[in-house]
Design a binder for this molecule. Sequence first.
Ligand code: PEP
Length: 249
Amino acid sequence: STERKFFVGGNWKMNGNKASIDVIVNNLNTADLSPETEVVVSPPACYLDYTSSRVDKKKIGVAAQNCYKAEKGAFTGDISPAMIKDNGCEWVILGHSERRHVFGESDQLIGEKVAFALSQGLSIIPCVGEKLEEREAGLTEEVVFRQTKAIADNVKDWSKVVIAYEPVWAIGTGKVATPAQAQEIHQRLRTWLSEKVNPAVAQNVRILYGGSVNAANCKELGTQPDIDGFLVGGASLKPEFVDIINARR
Ligand code: PEP
């Protein structure tokens, strides 16, 4: 795990306004952030330019929360990878559990978005994770591997991919996976990547944990051998996001 750079993403979801973004960005720009952590924040689409023009780009990247799989055209309400790049951003989150379960995005659509975003030069944070009833039915690995296959089949350059494992039952619920529960799935996912993609990709790709990560639980999660960082929702809007960035200090 030591050669994989620790990565912490902040998914702001549909929260904030210019005033609250000013507070978050000023805090991050002036904070003592570990240079051993890659940091990316993800504002709502309408604030991509506002955020990317204010963050200290030497320390902080910016991700869109979603995009469509076409260059341009009659796709009302959506945005393209080129628009994300035109707003000074290098990343996009794809297949977040809220995209899957609130908006009904399928594995197939997410796979197509993965292929298109990569082809347009974005780096991507594709998300996978099981629902509570799937975990309780013993289907965690089946679901996570199926979702990951739909992503992996569409990736050629893995250096542009950071996977987020986010058990749906832990997202926004305050119910964090135990370090052992998270490590178990991260390790199995890495083994799957080794067998189905190749050992070098498995060794080098960063796998983030997401789901109710906060300043209090990040240190123990962050020292698990197959957890290479976090995708953080609620706590990324708060000053404690800095403590999560510095979890390995
Ligand atoms: C997320 O949105 O990816 C997430 C993990 O949210 P939270 O940290 O609030 O559970």
